[in-house]
Design a protein around this ligand. Structure first.
Ligand code: ASP
Length: 301
């Protein structure tokens, strides 16, 4: 079959100053993944490399560009899920790592575990010869300024952030064999307590993939997303509706109605059709839908 991929660069109030970099970052991530898919890569490889390209892009809150915790640490969460084997690999609160999603993939493929956290995750990354990177190489100017404001004022504004500032990344792919996979990566929420883990690395919440239906990746306020298991909820709606946009919309309605939550979700189904929905002011996404030939990179409002 013709492969497809969709990526997101977070659902938040993307300021005008970041619109172009967010769109082009999503576009090039989708192209990276799609080029891999048409050259025979698996959905897992395409989703992971699309996310890794956004981790390398400082426009996004994942890898380079991640937000700082209250203690000034960078603690990242990431997951990958393979819809064929239903295996997943995840890291949570990992530091000093440029591409947490690649460590997550290694955990999925080389261990019997699903998740490693904190020091243990870093030790695993060391053992697998992932290069450590100092915190300075993950930091960007906008984040340092925000952190200094927090240190000065002591004010935490999580709700404002989701109507304001955060930008987790994710990707969902279907490959030529009809297998689906997804990956999600984040620096979490700004000024989080050290050790706080949100939805992104939790199976069913930040991502879910099942070859019978499709693959989904979520972004938004993690505690609320976990309450409604957003990615799995989107996949469940897709199983009933066979309409990815409709399934994403229903999942976001559930998030909105049940927990007054804020977020967005993307999906690809096993037929290679993509969908998105969000209830935040903006959401950045890009896709290449092989079956229709449609391509798009945009900020949805
Ligand atoms: N969901 C992420 C978290 O709560 C943040 C985000 O999507 O922007 O950690």
């Amino acid at each position: 079959m013709k492969p497809s991929i969709i990526v997101h660069g977070g659902a938040w109030n993307i300021p005008d100053s970041l619109v172009q970099t967010s769109i082009s970052g999503c576009e090039s991530a989708a192209e990276t993944g799609y080029d891999l898919l048409v050259s025979g890569a698996t959905a897992v490889e395409a989703a992971v490399e699309a996310v890794a390209s956004m981790e390398d892009n400082s426009a996004f809150n994942a890898g380079v560009g991640s937000v700082l915790s209250q203690m000034g640490t960078v603690e990242m969460d990431a997951i990958v899920m393979d819809g064929t084997s239903m295996r997943s690999g995840a890291v949570a609160a990992i530091q000093s790592t440029r591409n947490p999603v690649r460590v997550a993939k290694s955990i999925m493929e080389r261990t019997d575990y699903s998740m490693l956290v904190g020091e243990g995750a870093l030790r695993y990354a060391d053992d697998q010869r992932f290069e450590r990177c100092p915190v300075e190489t993950l930091l960007v100017g906008r984040e340092l300024e925000d952190y200094r404001e927090y240190v000065r004022t002591g004010v935490l504004r999580t709700r404002k952030h989701f109507s304001g500032e955060t930008d987790t990344v994710g990707a969902c792919a279907v490959d030529e064999k009809g297998h689906v996979a997804c990956a999600t990566s984040t620096g979490g929420i700004p000024r989080k307590h050290p050790g706080r883990v949100g939805d992104s690395s939790i199976i069913g919440c930040g991502a879910y993939a099942d070859d019978r239906v499709g693959a989904a990746s979520a972004t938004g306020w993690g505690e609320q997303i976990m309450a409604v298991i957003l990615s799995k909820t989107a996949i469940d709606f897709e199983e009933r509706l066979l309409n990815p946009d409709g399934a994403c919309e229903k999942a976001i309605s559930t998030l909105n109605d049940r927990v007054d939550g804020l977020g967005g979700v993307i999906m690809v189904n096993v037929d290679g059709r993509v969908g998105t929905h969000h209830n935040t002011p903006r959401m950045c996404f890009a896709f290449v839908e092989g079956v229709s030939g449609n391509r798009r990179a945009a900020i949805s409002v």
